[in-house]
Design a binder for this molecule. Sequence first.
Ligand code: ACO
Length: 322
Amino acid sequence: MIHTKILGTGSYVPNQIVSNFDLEKLVDTNDEWIQSRTGIINRRVTRGENTSELAYKAAIKALEDAQVNAQDIDLIIVATVTGDYPFPAVAQILQRRLNCNTITAFDVNAACTGFIYALNVADKMIRSGSYHKALVIGAETLTKYTDYEDRNTCVLFADAAGAMVIGKAETPHIEKIVTYAKGDLEGLLKMEGYPLKENFKTPKQKRPFIEMQGTEVFKFATSVLPEVVNTLINETEYTMEDVSLIVAHQANKRIIDKSARVLKVPIEKMFMNIDQYGNTSAASVPLAIDEAIRHHHLKRGDVFITVAFGAGLTWGGAMIRY
Ligand code: ACO
């Protein structure tokens, strides 16, 4: 039986820091509201670097960490909802930029759960025996779709990329991955696309932006986050005591606080970096995992759970021994 493990991780965030005070100048908001309602203090906003550039920089770090040459990768999957273009996919741009061989490379769209979906697909493709080493990335430039006149959303979203190299292992490390979708809740979190043309006329249209019913998404998140953690505990041999860290999608500190209370786990078990990065959608989970490793919250052999939720609506999680 083929098992899989994390060979290395890396992440990259743009240099430009946008604080709550900067946003006070754009919309009717204030630092106190943003911090108390979301936990966010700063976020990173790209200046000229598109999603593939952020992904490339994170990928280089993950390959270095894994001590794997780009030419030894035979699969690239990028989770993103903010690719440089509708096509080609970010994964195909990376295949060229990393000088990989003519391998399989594609993007997946499951919004903030995207990285968990991408990891699930890569994990199963390696377990099938057809692939050996995969580069799995979550990368977003959400700020290009953020309306800086809408205080409900512009304080939340930001740009980043996180990458992971996974490969075959003698013993199980990536133990279990679960992914779910419920499309009838699509209206809670959405970005309109271009409309179909009527009689070959090009309609005049406002640029589409992210739209969200925040309170409803909040309720959904605080219900599915503990549910996924409990499913992973129930369907593996591990107990909550075995789990060193829960690395959740960084959407709102209050979602993570509430989930810790529901799960009856100390807040120290919930990794958080939302204060400095905001909500970076598919990049959030791999960025948080990489930071947890760099800051010594996770070491080799530790068992951790990662969990995410997002537009679709989608949700999912993984139980992993690092
Ligand atoms: N500054 C000041 N006031 C604000 C701001 C702001 N930035 N934003 C909203 N408000 C106001 C509202 O207008 C409202 O005022 P009103 O009572 O006069 O109408 C009041 O604050 C309360 O608004 P709510 O939306 O009820 O505030 P809530 O406590 O729900 O917090 C938030 C809003 C932070 C968006 C929260 O609902 C949340 O985090 N939801 C989850 C979002 C999420 O997890 N998204 C994840 C997926 S992202 C993806 O997949 C791309």
